[in-house]
Every structure is written in structure tokens, then in C-alpha cells.
Design a protein around this ligand. Structure first.
Ligand SMILES: Nc1ncnc2c1ncn2[C@@H]1O[C@H](COP(=O)(O)OP(=O)(O)OP(=O)(O)O)[C@@H](O)[C@H]1O
Ligand SMILES: [Mg+2]
Length: 335
């Protein structure tokens, strides 16, 4: 993206809600996401693949499985995820606590290994990369906003924002830095350390840090979870405009149906699987969908509990009830 494209944003933090966005010719400007990546013949040593779907996708997961632990402590965090995130789209990931949202973000961003399956970032299979290659890929391609800000406590806000560039030995683009700082309202906090800032301010620093390298893809794990409603809608409007005006690709985890309504698409996880995928989500639609998923999960857990009790009591009645319930729960989720 050019500085000019984003200039309007910086100059008008107060107007961030204004729907006067000129998407014109700038909508894909500066998007390096895969544009310079060649498509090879197969997913060989270079990890480059050829399918059309992967070329259009900023990020794609195929048969993604992630288990944690082993034996009695084995957890199936992701049970086979197939999904594509289109370039220049804003996607919300929703789902109950423990459904695998953070695990999905971490594995897609190469922050965590996969148990099975493939993750393509800009057409490149990142599961084949070694640690050094992963680090370089992340630095140039991915911005990550963590659920817990993950700022470095001994550095001030400015140093934290510039950290990805410092680590890469790259010079900051001062104009871009100033624009981010202005849009995120951080000008008077630049020389404060994280412990001297509110949660909302720390999260805004983390957002600036994720954007400072102009990454191809931004993963945001509950970026507004610690913000008040005004800051939250400002940040969401900023992300929306980044997508509309510069073609930024954003994948955002949120519990908040209103936050999800800023996205082009909402994907819902439950128990490590995708259970819904909606275009142009509305807050009402997502809210009622999540409610029904939670109710089904609760009913399923009750049925499983009853089943275990029945099994302990040597009765076969619980088994039938359990099987019937699972089928109906699955039916209610899918649409
Ligand atoms: N490092 C880990 N070791 C073992 N289990 C883990 C680890 N990280 C996550 N899990 C488990 O994997 C499952 C998915 O966790 P994850 O953090 O992805 O959920 P989530 O949807 O992000 O939840 P939340 O909304 O609470 O943030 C959970 O059962 C969790 O306990
Ligand atoms: Mg999480």
C-alpha cells in the first residue's frame, strides 16, 4: 500500500466511521501477498504449489489437524480443517472457548507446528519450512496480534511497535509509523512502557506492531477483547478500511458478533471443526448462530455425561440417547 492510499486514514481518526471510502484503483495497490511468488510444479522442496485455489488464496489449510499432548492428556484441538482465506478479504473466526480458534491462527501463521495437513501461505507450504525459514517468512509476510498483547515489558511503545523491523535489521518508514500512531491514538504514549499503559493502549500498540511491516496477512486473536466499545469500533473500522482501501488480508478471532459483522465472512469453529461459514455476516445472525451452537454443545455434554453415568450403572439406555443427540446437534449446526 502506498502512504498516500492510507493518508486519509491518518488524517481522520475522528472520521473513522465515515463510509466514504474510495476503493477505486487502490484496492489492491501494494499488496505483495503472493504477487511476487512464483507457482511451481508441485509442493516439493520449495513448498510451492500450483493449484488456482492456492494462487488466489492468501492462506489456505488442507486437512489441518493439531493434537496437543498424548495418552490420557491428548487434546484434539483441530480435527481436520479445510479452508481458504482469499486475498484482500476480512474474515472473522468465531466459536466457543476451547474450540480451536487460537490454535488455528497459530498454525496458519507458522507459530505452532501441525500434527497433519498442509498450510499454504501465498502458495508456499509452510509446514515444510525449518525454523529459520519460518522466522523469515513470518517477518516478511505475517502480522500477528495476540489475545494477550505479548509486548516486551522493558521496551516503550515506540520500541515495541518497531521491534519487527529492528529484528529484521530494516529501517522504519517514519511516515507510515506516524500514520499508524495517529490512527491508533498512541502519539502521547510512545515513550510509555507496557506496565504504564491501559489494556486498550497496549492492544493498540500490538496492532501497530502487527502493521508496521505492511504484512500480506494480519492474524488478530481477539484484537478488541480488551478495548472499550468506542476504541473497539474505531479499531474495527480501521481494519475494515485497511481491507477496503489497501487490499489487506485480515483473519480475526472474535467472541463478539458485532465485531464479526465488520468482516466479509464469518467462520465458526466448534470442537476443532468448522461448523458454519457465512458471507456478509450480520451481528444478529452470528449471535443466534452462536447461541444455538452453545446450546447444542451443552446438550451434547449433558448427553455424554448421562451416557457415562448410564454406562457406569450398567444400563444401555444412555447409549441410545447419546447417539440420537449427536445426530441432531450436528444437524442444527450445519446450514
Ligand atoms: N499448548 C497447549 N497444550 C495443550 N493443550 C492446548 C494447548 N493450547 C491449546 N490447547 C487446547 O486445545 C484446545 C483449543 O484451544 P484454543 O486455545 O485454540 O481455543 P480457543 O478457541 O482459542 O479458546 P478461547 O476462546 O478460550 O481463546 C483447548 O482444549 C485447549 O485446552
Ligand atoms: Mg483463543
Amino acid at each position: 500500500m502506498s502512504q498516500q492510499d492510507f493518508g486519509d486514514l491518518a488524517g481522520s481518526a475522528a472520521n473513522m466511521g465515515a463510509p466514504t471510502v474510495d476503493m477505486g484503483d487502490t484496492s489492491q495497490a501494494g499488496m505483495g501477498a503472493g504477487a511476487g511468488m512464483s507457482a511451481g510444479v508441485s509442493a516439493g522442496a520449495t513448498g510451492v504449489v500450483t493449484s488456482d485455489a492456492s494462487r488466489e488464496a492468501a492462506v489456505r489449510a488442507i486437512g489441518l489437524v493439531k493434537d496437543y499432548g498424548r495418552g490420557a492428556s491428548l487434546v484434539h484441538a483441530l480435527r481436520g480443517i479445510d479452508i481458504s482465506f482469499e486475498k484482500g478479504a476480512f474474515t472473522a473466526i468465531m466459536g466457543p472457548s476451547g474450540s480451536g480458534k487460537s490454535t488455528l491462527m497459530h498454525t496458519l501463521a507458522g507459530l505452532d507446528s501441525v500434527t497433519r495437513g498442509t498450510v499454504l501461505v501465498g502458495g508456499r507450504d509452510i509446514t515444510k519450512l525449518n525454523d529459520k525459514q519460518l522466522t523469515l517468512m513470518r517477518r516478511s509476510t505475517i502480522g500477528f496480534i495476540f489475545q494477550s498483547f505479548n509486548l516486551l515489558p522493558m521496551f516503550d511503545a515506540e520500541q515495541n511497535i518497531l521491534m519487527p523491523l529492528t529484528l529484521a535489521g530494516r529501517k522504519p518508514d517514519r511516515a507510515w509509523m506516524d500514520q499508524l500512531v495517529s490512527v491508533l491514538g498512541l502519539a502521547d504514549r510512545l515513550h510509555h512502557r507496557p506496565s504504564e499503559m491501559s489494556g486498550g493502549q497496549q492492544q493498540r500498540v500490538a496492532i501497530a506492531r502487527a502493521l508496521i511491516t505492511r504484512p500480506d496477512v494480519v492474524f488478530a486473536d481477539e484484537p478488541t477483547g480488551n478495548l472499550d466499545s468506542v476504541s473497539s469500533s474505531e479499531v474495527l473500522t480501521l481494519m475494515r478500511r485497511l481491507v477496503d482501501e489497501t487490499g489487506q488480508t485480515i483473519v480475526m478471532v472474535t467472541h463478539d458478533a458485532t465485531a464479526a459483522s465488520y468482516a466479509d465472512r464469518a467462520v465458526v469453529l466448534a470442537d476443532g471443526r468448522i461448523v458454519a461459514d457465512r458471507s456478509h455476516p450480520t451481528a444478529e445472525e452470528m449471535s443466534s448462530l452462536l447461541t444455538s451452537i452453545m446450546e447444542n454443545l451443552a446438550a451434547q455434554h449433558t448427553a455424554e455425561g448421562n451416557h457415562r453415568l448410564a454406562a457406569l450403572a450398567g444400563s444401555s439406555a444412555g447409549q441410545n440417547g447419546h447417539g440420537e443427540h449427536r445426530a441432531s446437534a450436528r444437524h442444527a449446526w450445519e446450514a
